[in-house]
Design a protein around this ligand. Structure first.
Ligand code: GCW
Length: 712
């Protein structure tokens, strides 16, 4: 009896621990609550017929079964197709006349090669597409409607992705460390591949397919040529085989010096015949193993990586050589524009533009240039990169950072959709008003035949994939925006919360408001008013605005804030570096006068006197104090909000987030105190009365060291 009780306790414990650990991400199916809704769903999903036998359609069937069994608590009704009463049909349009009767040719045209159509009337539902993968995406959409408790009786959905390449970039090394990773090790267990296929690979593909991600760059842009050797290509093939049914192609980073490192050549000069032959052969070898290989991603001549400039060739020469090798197989080259060089004394903000803008028109048609959202480096807030709009003849891909290198790392609740949206909605004015960054990257502004977006992955081996439970929302939001960049941050947060935590309205409204505010809060306590890159050297953890001893000027935070007795900020107007001139005139006008410049970007573009009167009426110094204190206070408010939601969240998730919020609060106070004490040595002005005085001295904050901070 005692034994049986102990066993029961053990089972209960392990079952609940499993249910609460976050592994299921937003695909956390749970029984639909509310009798009316359940009745509606059950009446709608009768005798489902899923047509087709391809591996992708098998996944459609598996997912449907898995979801419906739980959502509708379907233990009795058969989910087997009935030939007599078909009212719920899923499959490619060509599979049955029912589909072509239900949808129009124009709708199928809109759906294209990856989109889908969902139509329902009472007692009738069709999920269809031109392709198997479209059907899978359609199924995930349908299940999302059930998960988020939507009415499904009158659906009329026709949708297609706005971007073609919807990629994750893993900065994963072959030894399983992850550059800027805060969620454990790399999920790729290279040593055991190709023999051992971890269930995680399948669940990874499934999660990505559910949000429409269709490609993954498996390895770090700081690349290792070993990935391109025969044994490693076998491992890559094993992953590609797992991902294929989910519509996900693999891509690899190509180290530019590979011909030397693994090809036995003396040079990697892109104009050298033997080097070209090396890459042609390599492409052939890859495509023999992986016929749908996506292509190469390259970081060249940046931060010490080799590249064509080592041979006095241009980025276009390098990219085109690889593009030629991939062309016969329809592969693409994604060439990163994140370049800056130690030898170059020019403002780092300007260097990528200087290198790339003159190369517009020089790239082959299967090359995309991948540009970070801003010109410096994934800061908490950054004006859009001036290359957007400056290369009309080249398809530009957006690069966002999902992993939170500069946005609170593994400890902070920061919902990044508002950051992504801010960049996408920025107006470049390159072809007059309305020339948004979104229209440039989706190809509609210039009519490009190819388009894409890349997100630096925040995925690791942690049980819940992303470390912070709320970091999953950033992976989710990124994928949803790749599909449709017009979705609002609000809509995406709400979907994610409902799918992940449940549908209680009180919970949703409160948690959503907290998420939507979280990025602005982080900006306020880290980098308010356009301050940037004042994080700890190397690990980028915590504040270190005082660092000035690094050998390259742009590695020092003092380079970016330029605080002195006169004021603070980087003059990027004509009196300074003139980086502002890289933007189109209407944009320059928005930012070139410190009196009218949006204060979000004030210190990004101007060196501003401490006594300058800001829009609030406060002096610049007092305004900085206001933001730092306000930001930290807001984290305290987030803690209170989360505490009020305890009843709605399972205990493990609740406690996980609660503990991390406590760390985040400490970190916010640390940022605030360290920055203000340091900047005060220049402003010589007091922290305004009423604000709690910093508990520690500047010397204390300067003494802090984090030699083993993750991700470095
Ligand atoms: O943000 C910086 C990071 C580097 C990274 C680099 C890049 C992969 O600190 O870790 O290297 O950008 O984007 O290439």
């Amino acid at each position: 009896m005692k034994k049986a009780f102990a066993l029961l306790c053990f089972l209960l414990f392990t079952v609940s621990a499993w249910a609460d650990n976050g592994y299921d991400l937003w695909l956390h199916y749970s029984k639909v609550t509310g009798t009316k809704l359940l009745r509606q769903y059950r009446s709608q999903i009768v005798s489902p017929l899923i047509l087709g036998t391809s591996p992708t359609i098998q996944k459609v069937r598996e997912e449907f079964r898995k979801a419906i069994t739980v959502l509708l608590d379907n233990t009795t009704t058969s989910l087997e197709p009935s030939q007599t009463r078909t009212v719920f049909m899923v499959g490619v349009a060509a599979a049955a006349p029912h589909f072509t009767n239900a949808v129009t040719a124009a709708e199928l045209k809109t759906a294209g090669s990856e989109g889908y159509i969902i139509k329902s009337k009472p007692g009738q539902t069709y999920i269809t597409a031109n392709t198997d993968i479209g059907v899978l995406y359609g199924m995930f959409h349908y299940l999302r409607l059930l998960q988020t408790h939507q009415d499904i009786t009158h659906l009329n959905i026709v949708t297609a992705p706005k971007l073609q390449l919807r990629l994750l970039n893993h900065w994963d090394n072959l030894n399983r460390t992850v550059e800027r990773g805060y969620a454990g090790c790399s999920i790729w267990d290279w040593h055991k591949l190709p023999g051992y296929i971890d269930q995680r690979y399948i669940d990874y593909a499934r999660a990505n397919a559910s949000i429409g991600i269709n490609g993954t760059v498996l390895n770090n842009v700081n690349a290792n040529a070993t990935i391109l050797t025969a044994p490693y290509l076998q491992k890559v093939k094993a992953l590609a085989d797992v991902f294929r049914p989910y519509g996900i192609k693999v891509y690899l980073t190509a180290r530019f010096s590979s011909p030397i490192e693994i090809g036995g050549l003396k040079t990697a000069d892109p104009l050298n015949g033997e080097v070209q032959q090396f890459w042609n052969n390599k492409a052939k070898e890859i495509y023999e193993l992986i016929p749908d290989f996506g292509g190469f991603l390259v970081k060249a001549n940046s931060e010490g990586q080799p590249g064509p400039q080592d041979y006095h060739r241009t980025h276009a020469d390098g990219a085109n050589m690889l593009a030629t090798a991939l062309e016969p197989y329809h592969g693409v080259v994604i060439w990163r524009a994140f370049v800056y060089a130690a030898e170059n004394p020019v403002d780092r903000h300007k260097q990528a533009y200087d290198d790339f803008a003159p190369l517009d028109e020089k790239f082959k048609s299967n090359v995309l240039v991948q540009v970070k959202n801003g010109a410096i480096d994934f800061m908490p807030r950054e004006p859009f990169h001036p290359l957007f709009g400056a290369m009309p003849n080249t398809p530009l891909m957006m690069e966002f950072q999902i992993t939170q290198e500069y946005t609170g790392q593994g400890t902070s609740l920061v919902y990044l959709a508002p950051l992504f949206k801010e960049t996408l909605e920025s107006d470049t004015y390159c072809k007059g008003k309305g020339s948004t960054v979104a229209k440039i990257i989706d190809g509609t502004l210039e009519g490009h035949h190819i388009s894409g977006m890349a997100g630096i992955s925040n995925i690791g081996s942690d049980m819940n994939w992303c470390g912070h439970p709320f970091a999953q929302a950033n992976w989710y939001a990124y994928g949803r925006l790749c599909w449709d960049h017009e979705l609002s941050s609000d809509t995406i947060a709400e979907e994610w919360l409902r799918m992940t935590f449940g549908n209680e309205n009180k919970f949703i409204a409160t948690a959503k408001a907290m998420m939507l505010q979280s990025r602005e809060t982080m900006v306020e306590y880290m980098n308010p008013m356009g301050l940037h890159h004042i994080m700890g050297t190397g690990n980028h953890y915590g504040p270190a605005p005082w660092v000035s001893d690094q050998k390259r000027p742009e590695w020092n935070p003092v380079y970016y804030h330029k605080a002195d007795s006169a004021g603070i900020g980087f003059d990027r107007t004509a009196t300074g570096s003139n980086a502002l001139a890289q933007y189109f005139p209407p944009v320059q006008q928005q930012w070139n006068d410190m009196k009218t410049c949006d204060e979000k970007y004030l210190l990004w573009f101007h060196h501003v006197p401490w006594t300058f009167i800001t829009k609030s009426g406060r002096s610049l110094w007092n305004e900085l104090c206001y933001h730092y204190y306000h930001g930290a206070e807001n984290v305290k408010a987030m803690q209170q909000t989360w505490n009020s939601l305890q009843a709605y969240v399972d205990a493990e998730q609740f406690s996980h987030v609660k503990q991390l919020l406590a760390i985040q609060y400490d970190e916010a106070v640390w940022w605030r105190n360290a920055c203000l004490l340091y900047f005060q040595t220049f402003s010589k002005m007091p922290i305004p009365a009423g604000y709690e005085a910093p508990a520690k001295t500047l010397a204390y904050y300067k003494s802090l060291r984090f030699p083993f901070a993750p991700g470095n």
